[in-house]
Write a protein that binds this ligand. Structure first.
Ligand SMILES: *[C@@H]1O[C@H](CO)[C@@H](O)[C@H](O)[C@H]1NC(C)=O
Ligand SMILES: *[C@@H]1O[C@H](CO)[C@@H](O)[C@H](O)[C@H]1NC(C)=O
Ligand SMILES: *[C@@H]1O[C@H](CO)[C@@H](O)[C@H](O)[C@H]1NC(C)=O
Ligand SMILES: *[C@@H]1O[C@H](CO)[C@@H](O)[C@H](O)[C@H]1NC(C)=O
Ligand SMILES: *[C@@H]1O[C@H](CO)[C@@H](O)[C@H](O)[C@H]1NC(C)=O
Ligand SMILES: *[C@@H]1O[C@H](CO)[C@@H](O)[C@H](O)[C@H]1NC(C)=O
Ligand SMILES: *[C@@H]1O[C@H](CO)[C@@H](O)[C@H](O)[C@H]1NC(C)=O
Ligand SMILES: *[C@@H]1O[C@H](CO)[C@@H](O)[C@H](O)[C@H]1NC(C)=O
Ligand SMILES: *[C@@H]1O[C@H](CO)[C@@H](O)[C@H](O)[C@H]1NC(C)=O
Length: 307
């Protein structure tokens, strides 16, 4: 029974492997060239004529400005068009750059929606779309970038909520979403991003409780910026119990109420703490004096008393 049952399975596995090898082989540098020419055709404004004059089929794509190819495989591994003041959209073709590990288009005027074909970029480690004009929701399929280390979407006009991504961003170390139009709760699933070190959520309009959604996150991040509008309620007394890695915490302007927990003194590496412009009450815990690394402390615009 087992033998009969396993034969078709083996066959299927072989076919699948063979199919994968075939499709990997059929994509080559010509595929990458087609993808980049599609991108070029989606650029509507190129003030310094970078792509217009430089991206010509008479030279190898690997020699084009902003393009880096791998040393082992002659395939495009990195694109960097930052600071080129380009206006345009991202074509689905970009998803054909199957060796792409880094896509950096920060500081341009790209707009429109992000095509789902980008999920084919299985090797993508760094995706920087910061300071562009993207104004739709953050797609939930970002969760499929299993290799992603850094995701920068700051200074756009992304709307809606942070999606509770399925899939896995377990390698993500930097998440920068500041300066967008995001709202809603910070999803609990962010607590799964256990390699996250730098988190920037400031200048959005999040709501909901800070204690519940981010106490998990704070246990592994080093730097966390959430200047917002959370109807925060109290900081849970346990929130600082185990934050040994935290170096920078900014919770400016969140309407957080209640006392500053004494457990703050467990954050031994804390260098910067801002609870500025909240509704905190009670006295400032004397244990703050134990934080020997602390260089900046902002507590004003609260209802705190004492020395
Ligand atoms: C890429 O593959 C296509 C067929 O899939 C082939 O026609 C073309 O010559 C190849 N290009 C290079 C540069 O190998
Ligand atoms: C990308 O390009 C910008 C501007 O030319 C440059 O400052 C930056 O170092 C580049 N980044 C990488 C990773 O090559
Ligand atoms: C690349 O992607 C486009 C759009 O996603 C697709 O239609 C096309 O067949 C692909 N081209 C190649 C050469 O793989
Ligand atoms: C975004 O780009 C503009 C124009 O180049 C610049 O003035 C601004 O400082 C940038 N903002 C960020 C957050 O990088
Ligand atoms: C992600 O977090 C949620 C809520 O904390 C949990 O239920 C789920 O099992 C986690 N998923 C993964 C893949 O770790
Ligand atoms: C903050 O929240 C309050 C109450 O929910 C709302 O009225 C206000 O517009 C919000 N402010 C910002 C800047 O999002
Ligand atoms: C503190 O965190 C460490 C590692 O992140 C974990 O092993 C430990 O169980 C945590 N302790 C408490 C009290 O949560
Ligand atoms: C304090 O934060 C609130 C948002 O919670 C904001 O509306 C207000 O302008 C801030 N106050 C100051 C002095 O910045
Ligand atoms: C923190 O400071 C308090 C009061 O100054 C002191 O009694 C306590 O032993 C200190 N705790 C640690 C862990 O250093």
């Amino acid at each position: 029974m087992a033998k009969i049952g396993s034969t078709p399975l083996m066959f299927l596995l072989l076919c699948a492997t063979f199919g994968a090898v075939l499709s990997a082989n059929s994509a080559n540098i010509s595929t990458d060239q087609a993808a980049l020419l599609a991108l070029k055709s989606h650029i509507t404004h190129d003030p310094y004529n970078v792509l217009l004059t430089n991206w010509c089929t008479s030279t190898s794509v690997c020699d084009w400005v902003g393009v880096t190819c791998g040393s082992k495989h002659p395939r495009v591994t990195a694109l960097n068009f930052s600071y080129m003041d380009l206006t345009g959209t991202i074509p689905p073709y970009l998803g054909n750059l199957s060796f792409l590990a880094s896509l950096n288009i920060r500081q341009n005027s790209f707009r429109g929606s992000l095509p789902i074909e980008l999920t084919n970029l299985r090797r993508l480690k760094y995706l920087n779309l910061g300071n562009n004009s993207f104004d739709e929701e953050i797609p939930s399929w970002f969760g499929y970038f299993a290799q992603l280390r850094g995701l920068w979407l700051y200074a756009n006009e992304f709307t809606g909520v942070i999606p509770s991504t399925r899939g896995s961003l377990s390698k993500l170390e930097t998440l920068s979403l500041f300066n967008n139009n995001l709202k809603g709760q910070i999803p609990v699933t962010m607590g799964n991003l256990s390699n996250l070190k730098l988190l920037y959520l400031d200048y959005n309009s999040f709501s909901g409780s800070i204690s519940f959604s981010i106490s998990n996150i704070l246990s592994f991040v080093k730097r966390c910026f959430i200047h917002n509008n959370l109807t925060a309620g109290h900081l849970l007394s346990g929130i600082f119990d185990n934050l040994s890695k935290l170096q920078v915490l900014s919770l400016t302007g969140n309407r957080i109420s209640g006392n500053i927990p004494n457990s703050l003194c467990n954050c031994k590496d804390l260098e910067y703490l801002s609870l500025w412009n909240n509704s905190m009450e009670g006295s400032i815990p004397i244990e703050i004096g134990n934080l020997s690394m602390l260089q900046s402390l902002y507590l004003d615009h609260n209802n705190l008393k004492g020395n």
